[in-house]
Design a binder for this molecule. Structure first.
Ligand SMILES: Nc1ncnc2c1ncn2[C@@H]1O[C@H](COP(=O)(O)OP(=O)(O)OP(=O)(O)O)[C@@H](O)[C@H]1O
Ligand SMILES: [Mg+2]
Length: 230
């Protein structure tokens, strides 16, 4: 049986491919497969934000607050993740508003960094990574967001951690997840695919290993190999 999405992630973290050189992962698929929870297993104390249409930019970046009657800047989760070199989970990323989209671009730039309203420039420290999750198809994301992901995985099986939590009920729960066949998606040609592949070639990986590291299987893997060989 081929590797499940959570096995792929665990392997890439173990092989030091995530969080560097690859650090932007999209997990999409049916509800309740363990997408939002996996970061807790892989990284220490990840930050987590649930995106929604009215999310104020402050809830990502931070804002000014009163401390001892002084106005002081307080970092939000995205800035904390960059400063401290941690993982940030961005749930329901398809809900990103145009206002927050520019921040998302900065969070997923290469290298990631952002200028705060205070004028300070914060560059992402080693260890920083983004795991975005959604139930929507990746094609519903703005193209500039979608193309920034190094790795896009279809999470249509229950993660190992979730299966353990379910115990004997895992088989019944599998059947529920398996019923959802609506997540047909293949990765369109993506500039970031080539950028990610270039990084992995510099790391000494061969094209077959690169395609596997990028979570591509079947026809998508064949297409990527042909594209990489030019
Ligand atoms: N590794 C784990 N260990 C223990 N429990 C887990 C684990 N992963 C998931 N769970 C349980 O399963 C529930 C669903 O997991 P999670 O919220 O991560 O799924 P999801 O794929 O993000 O779902 P949605 O698409 O609806 O947001 C969690 O609330 C938690 O109770
Ligand atoms: Mg979730």
């Amino acid at each position: 049986m081929s590797e499940t999405w959570d096995e792929v992630l665990r392997r890439l973290v173990k092989d030091r491919i995530i969080p560097s050189p690859l650090y932007r992962v999209l997990l999409f698929g049916p509800p309740r497969t363990g997408k939002s929870s996996i970061a807790k297993e892989l990284f220490s104390q990840p930050e987590r934000v649930t995106i929604h249409k009215q999310l104020p930019t402050d809830d990502l970046l931070g804002g000014y607050g009163l401390i001892n009657s002084k106005t002081v800047w307080q970092d939000g989760p995205a800035v904390r993740a960059m400063r401290e070199g941690k993982c940030i989970v961005l749930d329901e990323v398809d809900q990103i508003s145009p206002e927050c989209r520019c921040i998302l671009h900065a969070l997923m730039d290469d290298p990631a960094g952002i200028t705060l309203p205070t004028g300070e420039r914060v560059e992402a420290k080693a260890g920083y990574c983004v795991i975005a999750t959604t139930n929507a198809l990746p094609s519903s994301l703005p193209p500039a967001v979608l193309d920034r992901f190094d790795l896009t995985l279809l999470a249509n099986t229950l993660s190992a951690g979730l299966r353990t939590q379910l115990g004997k009920l895992a088989t019944q729960a599998d059947a529920v997840v398996g019923r959802d066949k609506t997540y047909a998606w293949s990765r369109p040609a993506s500039i970031n695919l080539f950028l990610a592949a270039a990084k992995l070639r510099r790391k000494g990986l061969r094209d077959e290993a690169i395609v596997s590291a990028l979570g591509l299987t079947g026809q998508s893997a064949t297409d990527a190999l042909i594209a990489l060989r030019g």
